[in-house]
Design a protein around this ligand. Sequence first.
Ligand SMILES: C[S@@+](CC[C@H](N)C(=O)[O-])C[C@H]1O[C@@H](n2cnc3c(N)ncnc32)[C@H](O)[C@@H]1O
Length: 447
Amino acid sequence: MLIGGVPALDRHYSAVEGSWKVTDCSTAYGRLVVPHGNSEEPLYRWFHLKEAFSSRLLGQLLRDVGVSPRTNLSIADPFAGSGTTLLSGISACEINGYRANVFGVERNPFIWELSQAKLQARISGRSISDTFAADFEKIKKFHDDLKFDNFTVPGLSTLGNENYFPSDHMQDLLRIRYAIDAGASEATRSIFRVCLASCVESSSRLRRDGRALRYEASREPKPPWDSFVQRVAVTQGDLELTPPASSCGEVVLGDARRAASLATGREFDLILFSPPYPNNIDYTEIYKTEAWVLGCYGSDAEMKAQRQRTVRSHPSVRFSQEFAYLNSGFASAVQALIDPVISSVPVGDRYHEGRKEVIIGYADDMLSVLIECRRMISENGRLVFVVGNSLHGSGDGKYVIAADVIMGRLAELCGWRVAEVKVARMLKRRTGESPFLRESLVVLEPA
Ligand SMILES: C[S@@+](CC[C@H](N)C(=O)[O-])C[C@H]1O[C@@H](n2cnc3c(N)ncnc32)[C@H](O)[C@@H]1O
């Protein structure tokens, strides 16, 4: 069975990747491109970011791509997410007696605070565990004393919906937030806020599922304070287990498309990242309840502005129609790369414009990121990105966006060489479906 548009598009993708080394690495990497094992690992288990990769990915990559932790390493991740690259970079170096200098960029204010708290905890380790324990006693007292139960529920309608969040649970989540504000010190505040964030979903009848939050009427929401106390106990134990690091690093709240300016002239031995995939997942939406409970947005307009700042990987908002590539020397090469994908988008349905915009916007944004990264890489450095390709449309109008091929070609245009495409997973492939339905690690070297 042939799916409309797919065979011609497959030929296009095959021609683009023609000279690249493409290897089936599913045995080594299949479980490393997902957060496999993170829920048992100290620090990584503080919050389940389901789009994270495994804490073990970076160690395997260092062994495979010729960047050896036999010396101090500088490592960057322009899409830092929950901080996996930064934390595992430090561990990979320190286990061998060396140091890492890590640098991350993250655009979502809640996810940024998560990575920032984990990085700070990884560096300070057990040296802050006594402060954490003492601060918890203060938070507990403030929580007990704050009898007030009429906190203004943040403006997001989801939080005010009693089917989703019983109102006493919402009040308690807010009470915990105010108790943290009052009781935590500068060194521990973000860590306690992550403990609170990790109780939000379990306090509700909502479940994060794929691209959306789903309502489950039968689900029994857990009392927030009990969950918070449990999370604090796990965190306390993790801090005690973590030796202070001699490495250093930072993660900045900013835009990957400006990563080189944010890194202020630093060069990196390894850049490892996983961008949002062009598969309609909108991180602003998926992690909105945590962000609102923590007070990251004060109004709908602020959340909308945040969405606009993210890369153009989904059509849930009308993004800017400015495309930097059109004014660059690569305009015709980029057009030749994306035109066959655009032509595969079925005409005549109401999603047509949105779908086209994702393809063009995503290519434009990824080109900007790869140009920035090229400015940040050391002479013998390597860049590895992890990305999943996705099937869009339905019936005869199906087409694949092969993000790994598109990004690999964009990288070639801006001064990289594709050293290898390591295929980590084939994605739910059925007979006749595109061989490009896969998730890959693409290894780049400066050309
Ligand atoms: C696939 S996740 C990264 C997960 C990460 N590798 C981990 O292990 O936790 C992609 C991240 O990119 C972030 N993001 C989206 N647009 C961004 C932008 N313009 N600049 C920086 N980060 C952005 C999202 O908020 C999300 O956290």
